[in-house]
Design a protein around this ligand. Structure first.
Ligand code: ZN
Length: 83
């Protein structure tokens, strides 16, 4: 009997189920994301809840460094300021 194991890509919580059990029942409430990385490469991620999916996606969103934004704020007011 083959056992399958799925872990949440965010919190690491895992669910084990045998091939006899229907995955749709065991994985009720879980979310699976397909990340298409181009030319025959797809990565799948599993999440136990929307909270975990949100946390994971936020961690992967490219963030603009705060320092970069602050440098613009400084420029807008004082273009003629002497250095
Ligand atoms: Zn989770």
């Amino acid at each position: 009997m083959r056992e399958r194991y799925i872990t949440c890509s965010s919190c690491g919580q895992g669910v084990e189920f045998s091939s006899k059990e229907p995955p749709c029942e065991v994985l009720s409430g879980w979310l699976t994301v397909s990340h298409w990385k181009g030319l025959g490469t797809v990565e799948y991620y599993n999440f136990c809840s929307f909270t975990c999916l949100k946390r994971w996606s936020e961690a992967h969103v490219p963030e603009i460094p705060k320092v970069f934004l602050e440098s613009f704020e400084g420029e807008s007011g004082g273009e003629n300021a002497s250095l």
